[in-house]
Write a protein that binds this ligand. Structure first.
Ligand SMILES: [Zn+2]
Length: 686
C-alpha cells in the first residue's frame, strides 16, 4: 500500500469499478485499507439490494432469476474481500487489524441473513425440486444442488421454533468453542515445566537454554522454563537426557486442560452434545453425518472404511519401531516408556540415517527451484509458459508477477509470487485467488503463492531448505488448480472443492520436486554448479521413512477420537470424558501405551475450537488420493504431456463443478486404493 493509511476515503475508490488492469489484477498501488473498508461495507449493502430484488421478484422462481442471479450477486463485496483478505494475511498493520475486527461480525451477520432468508430459500427449493426438468446442463444442476445444500446446512428450511432453537445452539456453541480454545491456551501456559537446576537440562543447545531462561524471566521466575507446544509430542523430548524431566514434560503435555480451573473435559462433552442436537434439528443422524454431507467422503461408512484400512499396518509398524527403540533404551538399562520415545527415536535416526539436510541448501537456490524446477515441470506436464511481467505491480515490492500462457499461446491468467517472511505477514505458506476464473463473469484467474523464506543478506541468493522446496511445489499445485480452472460458475472455480479434496492436487504436485528429470534441471550448487548427488537423494528418502509408524498411528488415533466424539446421540450419557476417550481408542484398535493420540480430547483445538470437527480425517483422505495418483503418473510414464493434459482436463479444470470422486475416477479409472499411501509411509511392503 502506498498511500498513508490514515488518509480519508477518496471519492474515487478504485474497488468500486472492475480493475482496468490485465486479467483484472487489482490496482494495488492505488488501494488503501480505507478503500477496502468502504468497499466491504458498500459491497454488503449492494448484495443485500441484489438479493432483495431476487426475493421481491414478481416472476415465478427460475434457474436464471434465482440461482444465477444469486451467483452473480456480491461482485463488489468479492472484489473487496479478495484484496482485504490478502492485506490481513500478507501486509497487515494495526489499522488493518482494526478494520478486520470491525468487519468480521458484520460479515457473519450478512451471510447469516442471506442464508436464513425463508423466501429466498423457498425460491431455491422450488428450482431444486424441478432441477432435472429444466433442461439444465450438469454444472448448472450441480449449482442448484450446491445452493440448496448450503441453505439447508444453515437451517433455512426450519420453522420459527426450529430456527429459534438453532440460534440458541449456535450461540452457546460459539461461546463454548471460544472457551475451549482459551482453556487450551491458559492450561498450556500453566503447565509449562519449571526447572531449577541447569544440569537437568543436559542435551539442550546453548540457544535453547537461553530461550528457556528468557521464558522463565518473562514470568518473573528464576531458573528455566520449558513451555508446552501443540500437539502431544514435545520437540524437547528428543533432546533431554534427564529421564525424570522427560517424564514430567510428557505428563504435563498429555494432561493439559484435563483438571482444575481450565478443565476442558466437561466443555468437550457439552460441545459434542449440542452439536449432536443441532445435527438432528437439521435432519442428520449425527454431527459427523452433517459435516460429511458437504465433503468428498460423503458418508461415515466411507471414512470408517478408509481409516480401518490403515489401522492394522500402522499399529504393526509402530510396534516394530517400538522394538528397535526398546533395544536402544535397554542399552541404557531403561524400559521404554512414552516419554523415552522421541529421545531414542532421534538416536536411531542419527545412527542409521545420517543425513544433514541443512547442508543441502546451497543446491536449492530460490529462483532456480522456481524457474528451472517448478515452472519447468509445469511446462513439461501442461505446456504452461511463464513470462515475467515487471510492468505489473503487486501489493508489496517483494511480490513478482508472471503471465501464464497455454501451449497454444492463449493467455491464461497471472501468477504472483511472494516468497519472503516479513513483518505483517502471517506464518506458513498458502495460495490465494485475487480473481477466480468464470465463463459466466468472463474472468480469468489471478492467483498468488505466499511462503515465509528468510530473506538473504543483500546481494546473496535466497537458499531454500528441503522442506521449503517441497512447500514451493505444494503451493504451486494449488496455483495450478486455480490457473487450470475452466468452469462456468465462480462458485466452482479451481480450488473451490471440499476440504477433504483441496489438498490432493497440491500434494500430487510435490512428486515433481524429487523427480530425477526435474531435480537434475534445478538442483545445482549455487557456487560450483555441481548437481545434487543421487546418493544424497536416496539417503533423504530413506530417512523420511523412519518414524512413520508412530506418526501415522498418533494421527489415526486423533482422527478416530474426533469421529467418536461427533457420532454421539444428543441424549447420550457420555459421563467421564477421559473414560469416553479410552473406550473410543480401544474400540477403534488404536489404544497404545507408548503412542498417545496426536491430540487428546482436552486440547484438541482443531475439532473443539477450530473448523475441523469430524474433519480431521481429511488430511489422510486427500493423501490416499494423492499417493494413488502418483502411482498413476508413474504407471503411465511420469512426466509426460499426455499425463498432464489428462490430469488437467479431467480433474484440475473442473474444480468443484463435478463430483470430486468422479473426477478422480475419470483419471484413475477406479476408486482410490489406500495401498500406495501405505507403501509410501513404509507401512506395507514396497
Ligand atoms: Zn495446501
Amino acid at each position: 500500500m502506498s498511500a498513508a493509511e490514515s488518509s480519508p476515503v477518496t471519492p474515487a475508490n478504485p474497488l468500486f469499478v472492475p480493475s482496468p488492469l490485465p486479467f483484472g489484477l487489482p490496482p494495488f498501488d492505488d488501494i488503501t485499507p480505507e478503500h477496502c473498508r468502504e468497499a466491504l461495507l458498500a459491497g454488503m449493502s449492494e448484495q443485500r439490494a441484489e438479493v432483495a430484488a431476487i426475493v421481491g421478484s414478481e416472476e415465478p422462481p427460475g434457474f436464471d432469476n434465482t440461482v444465477v442471479a444469486l451467483e452473480r450477486s456480491g461482485r463488489l463485496l468479492a472484489r473487496a474481500w479478495s484484496v482485504f483478505g490478502n492485506l490481513t494475511s500478507s501486509v497487515s498493520s494495526p489499522r488493518v487489524r482494526e478494520i478486520e475486527r470491525e468487519i468480521a461480525p458484520l460479515a457473519a451477520a450478512h451471510s447469516d441473513a442471506l442464508r436464513l432468508d425463508p423466501v429466498l430459500f423457498g425460491r431455491i427449493a422450488d428450482v431444486h425440486a424441478r432441477r432435472h426438468d429444466l433442461g439444465l446442463d450438469e454444472e448448472s444442476v450441480r449449482l442448484v444442488e450446491r445452493y440448496h445444500l448450503d441453505f439447508r446446512l444453515s437451517g433455512a428450511q426450519l420453522d420459527d421454533a426450529g430456527r429459534a432453537r438453532l440460534t440458541e445452539l449456535n450461540q452457546e456453541l460459539s461461546a463454548l468453542t471460544t472457551t475451549f480454545g482459551q482453556n487450551v491456551q491458559l492450561a498450556m501456559e500453566a503447565a509449562a515445566v519449571h526447572v531449577d537446576d541447569v544440569a537437568e537440562l543436559d542435551g539442550l543447545s546453548a540457544e535453547e537454554l537461553a530461550a528457556a531462561r528468557t521464558a522463565a524471566a518473562d514470568r518473573g521466575l528464576d531458573g528455566w522454563l520449558l513451555p508446552l507446544l501443540l500437539p502431544t509430542r514435545q520437540p524437547v523430548l528428543a533432546k533431554l537426557r534427564n529421564r525424570d524431566l522427560r517424564r514430567r514434560v510428557h505428563e504435563a503435555s498429555v494432561h493439559r486442560a484435563s483438571a482444575g480451573e481450565h478443565d476442558n473435559g466437561p466443555v468437550a462433552v457439552r460441545i459434542a452434545t449440542l452439536r449432536a442436537e443441532r445435527a438432528r434439528l437439521l435432519g442428520f443422524d449425527t454431527h459427523a453425518d452433517l459435516v460429511l454431507a458437504d465433503q468428498t467422503a460423503r458418508t461415515t461408512e466411507a471414512v470408517d472404511a478408509m481409516l480401518a484400512s490403515m489401522v492394522p499396518a500402522s499399529v504393526a509398524n509402530a510396534r516394530a519401531e517400538a522394538a528397535v527403540l526398546a533395544e536402544a533404551a535397554a542399552r541404557d538399562g531403561i524400559e521404554l516408556a512414552p516419554w523415552d520415545w522421541s529421545f531414542y527415536s532421534e538416536q536411531v535416526r542419527a545412527e542409521r540415517y545420517a543425513v544433514d539436510t541443512a547442508a543441502l541448501r546451497p543446491w536449492f537456490e530460490l529462483d532456480r527451484v522456481l524457474v528451472d524446477g517448478v515452472f519447468h515441470a509445469a511446462e513439461l506436464l501442461y505446456g504452461f509458459r511463464f513470462t515475467p511481467r515487471p510492468d505489473l505491480v503487486g501489493y508489496h515490492p517483494e511480490v513478482r508477477v508472471w503471465e501464464v500462457t497455454d501451449a497454444d499461446g492463449t493467455a491464461l491468467g497471472l501468477y504472483l509470487g511472494d516468497y519472503f517472511a516479513r513483518e505483517g505477514k502471517r506464518g506458513g505458506a498458502w495460495m490465494n485467488s485475487f480473481v477466480t476464473q468464470s465463463r459466466l463473469l468472463g474472468t480469468s484467474p489471478v492467483v498468488v503463492n505466499n511462503l515465509n523464506v528468510s530473506r538473504p543478506p543483500d546481494g546473496r541468493p535466497a537458499l531454500l531448505t528441503l522442506d521449503e522446496v517441497d512447500t514451493l511445489f505444494h503451493e504451486f499445485g494449488h496455483a495450478l488448480h486455480g490457473l487450470s480452472s475452466s468452469v462456468t460458475y465462480p462458485r466452482f472455480a479451481g480450488t473451490s472443492v471440499p476440504r477433504d479434496f483441496v489438498e490432493f492436487p497440491s500434494q500430487v504436485n510435490e512428486m515433481w520436486a524429487m523427480w530425477p528429470e526435474v531435480l537434475a534441471h534445478y538442483a545445482r550448487h549455487v557456487d560450483t554448479g555441481e548437481l545434487l548427488p543421487a546418493s544424497v537423494v536416496e539417503a533423504v528418502d530413506a530417512a523420511r521413512l523412519w518414524g512413520e509408524g508412530f506418526a501415522t498411528l498418533e494421527y489415526l488415533a486423533a482422527t478416530l477420537l474426533d469421529q467418536a466424539w461427533h457420532r454421539v446421540a444428543p441424549d447420550a450419557a457420555i459421563g467421564d470424558p477421559v473414560e469416553f476417550e479410552r473406550a473410543a481408542l480401544e474400540a477403534a484398535g488404536v489404544a497404545s501405551e507408548l503412542v498417545p493420540p496426536r491430540y487428546r480430547t482436552t486440547y484438541f483445538n482443531h475439532v473443539f475450537a477450530g473448523g475441523y470437527s469430524a474433519g480431521y480425517y481429511s488430511y489422510i483422505w486427500s493423501e490416499v488420493l494423492d499417493a494413488d495418483t502418483v502411482e498413476w503418473f508413474k504407471e503411465n510414464g511420469g512426466l509426460r504431456r499426455a499425463n498432464g493434459d489428462a490430469f488437467r482436463q479431467k480433474l484440475l479444470a473442473v474444480g468443484g463443478s463435478v463430483d470430486p470422486l468422479s473426477a478422480f475416477r475419470a483419471v484413475r479409472g477406479r476408486d482410490a486404493d489406500p495401498a500406495p499411501l501405505l507403501r509410501r509411509r513404509g507401512l506395507a511392503p514396497a
